[in-house]
Design a protein around this ligand. Sequence first.
Ligand SMILES: [Zn+2]
Ligand SMILES: [Zn+2]
Length: 279
Amino acid sequence: MKFNLHTHTKYCDGSKDTEDMIKAAINYNYKIIGISSHGPLPFDSDWTMKKKDLHSYIEEVKNLKKKYKNEIKILLGLELDYIPGYRLDYIDDNILKSLDYWIGSIHFLGQYKNKKYWTVDYDLTELKRGIQESFEGNVEKAVIQYYKYMEDMVENYKPYILGHLDLIKKNNRNNIFFNESELWYKKTISSLLDKVKKSNTVVELNTGGKYRKYTENYYPSNWILEEINGRDIPITISRDAHDIESLDFEYEDSIKLLKTIGFSKIYYYNGKTWEKIYI
Ligand SMILES: [Zn+2]
Ligand SMILES: [Zn+2]
């Protein structure tokens, strides 16, 4: 039973229309496709949906749901950003109620001295400058703060899915900022996972970074997946697809990896409840 709940479209930084992604999903034999464009932010950005487009996005996905109901189950979602200072309070409750589900992600970690928000995943220069301006160049402090925000999001907002848990490693190639085997990093992840365990949030294995060749492995790293399995935290698999090819990238391989790590099941949301598939 193939499913994917993390799909972007032209409403944000995806390269295809919603209907193209749905047709591709049908072609790839998916049974459930969740559309999850980046939701509008309280400030300007070029990679998220504009506030004025939200209504038509919702209407479009709802119409496509009906149009393709005999071929695939379509779920209406959004990938929503926890933003330092705003948290997720800038999202209207009525919007949340109109969705089937949402993914909670953290891309922003702070503000430059000129108040502009910076992200951990855009590029190396942005991350370097951000850590310099918001954390006086202290990498450990910055990374720990990233995961503290994630703990706050999980504990207080309970997203359906926790998006790309260790996205902050994207620009950490060759361990330029930190080494994942350092004790402080391991402790930080461990603390986060304890919080996730107590929530109803499902963690995703996300193949997006590997598809775009930013990372050698998936989000999160294999040793974190082991920790997740050790705590029996539910896991789902996501493509984080921004184009047609990425929608089917390493589907079987990602399941195989989970099996190798020791997982016996993965979870998918069907619009009402989480169901499990034994692998
Ligand atoms: Zn994301
Ligand atoms: Zn995404």
